[in-house]
Design a protein around this ligand. Structure first.
Ligand code: IMP
Ligand code: MG
Length: 172
């Protein structure tokens, strides 16, 4: 059973607000949006769907994929499986993530994209769990800040399940 913690209407409303903010900040630019698979796919495409047509006409988007593994000395490492295929040099790049937990994933993605010389590089996450942070990463846009709970829905999974939910919940 999944207990709802953020209902579908609040999710929908917040996506709308985030789209307004992103549209204002990226007005007149040709940004590159980069989603972190799989968790951010739904979130990024829904934000894109709510942007004004002028920005939809100009923006480019692609996805990267990463995976975490236990590295040496039991330290969690994050490796990149899929690179962003869109040119990011001198571009305004916005990374979309489903949830920022320890920050390691976003840190790794920012490191790789940053090395390719974008003009600007920002982070837009649907959820943030600040109490779990290990790597201090910048979060420029955040849908909801949540306590230390393992949540599912709206792209986020538990063993690949529940990504398609329209709301955020906790499996009980
Ligand atoms: P980080 O590298 O620790 O920030 O973790 C980010 C990744 O861990 C996310 O992209 C998710 O795949 C996963 N993750 C962290 N917390 C949750 C959660 O509450 N629900 C589902 N996935 C999570
Ligand atoms: Mg996952």
């Amino acid at each position: 059973m999944v207990r709802e913690v953020i209902d579908a209407e609040r999710v929908r409303r917040r996506i709308g607000e985030m789209a307004v903010q992103v549209a204002a900040d990226y007005a007149g630019t040709e940004p590159v949006f980069v989603g972190v698979l799989n968790g951010a796919a739904q979130f990024m495409l829904e934000v894109i769907g709510r942007l004004p047509a002028v920005l939809q006409e100009r923006l480019l988007y692609d996805f990267v994929q990463v995976s975490s593994y236990q590295g040496r000395a039991n330290r969690d490492q994050v490796s990149l499986h899929r690179e962003c295929g869109v040119e990011v040099r001198d571009q305004d790049v916005l990374v979309f993530e489903g949830i920022v937990d320890t920050g390691r994933t976003v840190e790794r993605v920012l490191e790789t994209l940053g090395a390719r010389g974008p003009r600007s590089l920002r982070v837009c996450t649907f959820l943030d769990k600040p109490s779990r942070r290990r790597c201090p990463v910048p979060v420029d846009y955040c849908g909801f800040s949540i306590p230390d709970l393992f949540v599912v829905g709206f792209g986020l999974d538990q063993d690949q399940r529940y990504r398609a939910l329209r709301y955020i919940g906790v499996v009980e």
